[in-house]
Design a protein. Structure first.
Length: 157
């Protein structure tokens, strides 16, 4: 005599997916903003020396990097220190052309503020570094920065 039937086969209600696109776009936006893309893939080993008196670079967009160190693939390229400009190995004589190309990529107002950062493996011989510095002088790239890690090296006597 009751008008209400009790159904015992009632399941759980479906989950609302109407806000799912909003969540996905929010996550996508977050990762797009926080992800930093690597500009070059290293072909030389980098173990930077330690230093105590360091300063941070102000505008990293005005910095061009030259990497010097032993090649990662030593079976193919040997153990001598190599120079890497952008994504490829280079000779010392290629440095002025690299500087000119980097200058042209900047706008005219920032060309005089361009800095060349040398990222040098700590066991690299200074002869290669001196040769690169001489070529930078010839290319009128006088703003040079040496990249290091913060801290003091522990010397064992």
């Amino acid at each position: 005599m009751s008008k209400f039937k009790s159904s015992k086969t009632k399941g759980t209600p479906a989950i609302s997916t109407s806000s799912l696109p909003d969540i996905i776009f929010m996550l996508l936006f977050f990762f797009m903003v926080t992800t930093q893309m690597r500009e070059t893939s290293l072909r030389v080993k980098m173990k930077l020396p330690m230093a105590t008196e360091i300063q941070k670079l102000e505008k990293k967009s005005l910095v061009s990097y030259i990497y010097i160190g032993p090649p990662i693939n030593q079976a193919l390229y040997g153990t001598e220190s190599r120079i890497q400009l952008n994504d490829q190995y280079a000779r010392v004589s290629d440095v002025p052309e690299f500087v000119a190309t980097e200058r042209e990529a900047r706008n005219e107002a920032d060309r005089n503020l361009m800095t060349t950062a040398l990222k040098i493996h700590k066991d690299t011989k200074m002869g290669v570094v001196t040769d690169v510095k001489q070529e930078l002088r010839k290319a009128s790239a006088f703003r040079i920065n040496y990249s290091t890690l913060k801290g003091a090296e522990k010397h064992s006597n």
